[in-house]
Design a protein around this ligand. Sequence first.
Ligand SMILES: *Cc1c(COP(=O)(O)O)cnc(C)c1O
Length: 223
Amino acid sequence: MRTAAERLAAIRDEIASAPHGADATLVVVTKFHPASLVEELAAAGQRDMGESRHPEARDKAAGLEALDLTWHYVGQLQRKKARQVARYAHVLHSIDSVDLVDALGSGETPLEIPVRDAFVQVNLTDDPARGGVAPDALEALAEHVEASPALRLLGVMAIAPLDEEPASAFARLAGHAERVRAIAPEARWMSAGMSQDWRVALEHGATHLRIGTAITGERPSSP
Ligand SMILES: *Cc1c(COP(=O)(O)O)cnc(C)c1O
C-alpha cells in the first residue's frame, strides 16, 4: 500500500511534467485528517496546505506553527468567522461577497491581521446556495477586493459542477479569469482542480491545484 508521501511524490512528478505544470502551486487539502498527516506531508517537502473548516483549520495551524507552512482556506467563509480565519490562513480561496470583504477590513477599521492573498470564488452552477459569486457580479466584487486594505487579489477560484464536464466548466472559468484581469492585470492566478479533475483544470489555465484524497487517501469522516 502506498503512503501519502509516495502519492504526493507521484502527483508532483505528474504535475511537473504536464504542460504549464512547472509553475503550478500544489495545495494539498488535508481537511478531516489529523495534524500528523500534515506533518508527514511537510516532512516530504510539501509547504502549501488546504483546509476548509474552522476551527479544525485553526487548531492545526496553531499546533504546527513551528513548521512555518502556508495555509490555504478553501472552504466557504462565513462573514462572522472571516477575521478569525484570516488570522492563520495566508491565502483565502473563497471570497464571494462584498459583505465578506468588508468584514475582513474596510477603510475605517484598523487592520489587526496581515494583508492576505485572496481568490474571488465564482459559482459555476445555477444554484445560489453553492459557494461563489454569480458571474454577473464578478467584476464588482473583484473591484471591491482591489479596493480593500485587507486583501491582495490573486484571481479567480471555482469548483467544477457535478453535472457538467469539467472541461466546459473550466473553460468558462478561464473566461471569468480574463474578465478579472481586465480590471486587475496583476490578478493572474486561477485556483481550480481537485483530485478528479486537476489535469483538465491545468489544461485550462489553473495555477493553484487543490488536491485532497488523491494524495491523503479517503477522509476519515465526511460532512
Ligand atoms: C475538499 C476540497 C478539495 C479537495 O477535494 P478532493 O476531491 O479530495 O481532491 C478541493 N477544493 C475544495 C474547495 C475542497 O473543499
